[in-house]
Design a protein around this ligand. Sequence first.
Ligand SMILES: NC(=O)c1ccc[n+]([C@@H]2O[C@H](COP(=O)([O-])OP(=O)(O)OC[C@H]3O[C@@H](n4cnc5c(N)ncnc54)[C@H](OP(=O)(O)O)[C@@H]3O)[C@@H](O)[C@H]2O)c1
Length: 247
Amino acid sequence: METQQRTIVVTGASRGIGAAIVMELVRRGFVVGCLSRGGTGPEEGADALSPSAIIPVACDVRREEDVKMALSHIYAKTGGIHGIVNNAGIHRDAPSAKLSIADYEQVMNTNATAVMTACREVYPFLLKAGGGTIVNMGSFFDKIGVKRNLAYCASKAAVGAMTRCLAVEWASKSIRVLNVAPGYIETDLNREAFKGPLREFLSKRIPGGQHGGVGDVAKLVASIFSENIAFLSGETIYIDGAQGVAH
Ligand SMILES: NC(=O)c1ccc[n+]([C@@H]2O[C@H](COP(=O)([O-])OP(=O)(O)OC[C@H]3O[C@@H](n4cnc5c(N)ncnc54)[C@H](OP(=O)(O)O)[C@@H]3O)[C@@H](O)[C@H]2O)c1
């Protein structure tokens, strides 16, 4: 099977979308390096995974040294890194008129700067492997205006821009770079908001009336690795139940 012994690194692998991506990649025969600050693999469902298929590593993606050490550790264990999913992310909301530099930088450092660092640090490993695939986790907030979400929207727009630049710059090295941009997916990131009027609001705003599940995003991301379509690169792929294009 083509996917056997291919190793993919997933950041933010302990919960939510990242954990679902890990499980879907393992199901398809990949070995997965699982990065999170806590250093665990998926917190739920991991007992269904083959222990040899997951390599949990503690790594704060905002720290360059952590990222370097995590990738070296995974390479030492597997002998090759063939791709990365830059999924770790945070969400903070605040009225823009009161947004502090500290809060703005916290979001930008985790959601955007850390993506640049991880792409840069994984590059030599992908060269050694003869090429590879990078999937960055964006958001459909990259193309719409959202009250109280200036930092988050800016960070995800930056991810789309980085994806395009790297796809162009590294295409000659057989490295593809894609941006997967979900709409609303219920996870810890937005659990509190879902307890309020958000669920009711979304039932009217999303054409199908339902928000997405982590499995929807996981299947899309895993298929990018398992299908390995050489000509598909540089794009932002929205997965939002058509909310972003609805009138
Ligand atoms: N949920 C949505 O509706 C939605 C929509 C569009 C885009 N997204 C994006 O999808 C990605 C995953 O979101 P989610 O909803 O699955 O969030 P989540 O449930 O809150 O999970 C976030 C993950 O990121 C990890 N993480 C956070 N900061 C980190 C850091 N500094 N270093 C390493 N790992 C870190 C967390 O693990 P630790 O706490 O253990 O470090 C956790 O595994 C994010 O980039 C988010 O912006 C989500």
